[in-house]
Design a protein. Structure first.
Length: 277
């Protein structure tokens, strides 16, 4: 509630109190109004502090060391490459390290944690970022992450770490264009840019890590482009790394939606986009 709302309630309470009938000044700078404003402001600030405390408490509860999924996720996002663990803890020894060095050591930039379909394993998908592009971590870093996992994980449930190259995405899309705005090659006539390709790149960046790709959302993104009248996604397929042979498997058709096996997608190319009037 705002300061004004608190003050308004206080004024109503004052008017209902017969012993305060003598306070009749309508000036905004009258002593009684200023006193009520100060009290209303104080109450509003205290309410904000309580809301902040509650929010911080909720976060602490959700990430406390009870082997809940949010706690496991925080373990990996807080992993520090090149730093020693403090014995018998999941904390790193940051003695003498600067804030910049600590932040740079946190090489896992993305992490999603879920139970397997059998509920017998914890699936942990991780990725880093290179030149603002999601990427898998190198072998030497994964070795350190595996050792870290052995030391901090809870007993009884196996952790399966997925550090794959991105799922490939293949799209066949028909874009019905306004020929006054976009030419037959998909180029914006005024800016000489390719807005459909740019929108697809934006869409992939906006997709949360391990988020669900929805074909309808993709079409809606493209239809919001100036000069695009209608979009038909005729075919969407993806393929991902097969853990058995460490290579991409067969292409499979996406029916309405799909969560990437690696946690993220990359568009194969834009050859499947055609422009019609």
């Amino acid at each position: 509630m705002s300061v004004e709302n608190y003050q308004r309630e206080m004024i109503l309470a004052k008017e209902a109190n017969k012993s305060l009938e003598g306070l009749t000044s309508t000036s905004k700078t009258s002593i009684w109004r200023m006193m009520l404003y100060i009290m209303a402001y104080s109450v509003e600030q205290i309410a904000q502090l309580f809301a902040l405390h509650r929010s911080e408490t909720d976060v602490k509860i959700s990430t406390q060391k009870t082997h809940r999924l949010p706690w496991i996720q925080s373990l990996y996002l807080n992993f520090q490459y090149g730093f020693e663990l403090i014995k018998e803890t999941d904390l790193f020894d940051n003695t003498g390290a600067t804030d910049e060095e600590i932040e740079a050591s946190k090489i896992i930039k993305y992490c999603a944690v879920n139970e397997s379909s059998t509920e017998r394993e914890i699936i942990i998908k991780i990725a880093t970022e290179k030149d603002n592009v999601l990427s898998p971590l190198e072998a030497d870093k994964i070795e350190a992450i595996y050792e870290y996992t052995k030391r901090v994980k809870g007993g009884g449930v196996p952790y399966i770490i997925i550090n794959y190259l991105p799922d490939r995405l293949r799209l066949n899309i028909r874009v019905f264009r306004d020929p006054l705005v976009i030419n037959g090659n998909g180029m914006d006539i005024t800016s000489a840019k390719y807005p459909v390709q740019e929108a697809l790149q934006e869409f992939m960046k906006e997709l949360p890590f391990n988020g669900e790709l929805r074909i309808q959302d993709l079409a809606n993104k493209l239809e919001a482009i100036t000069g695009v009248n209608l979009v038909s996604v005729d075919l969407a397929q993806s393929c991902w790394i097969d853990a058995d042979n460490n290579d991409y498997g067969d292409w499979t058709t996406i029916d309405v939606r799909r969560i990437p096996e690696s946690g993220y997608f990359t568009i194969e190319n834009y050859n499947g986009i055609s422009y019609e009037v």
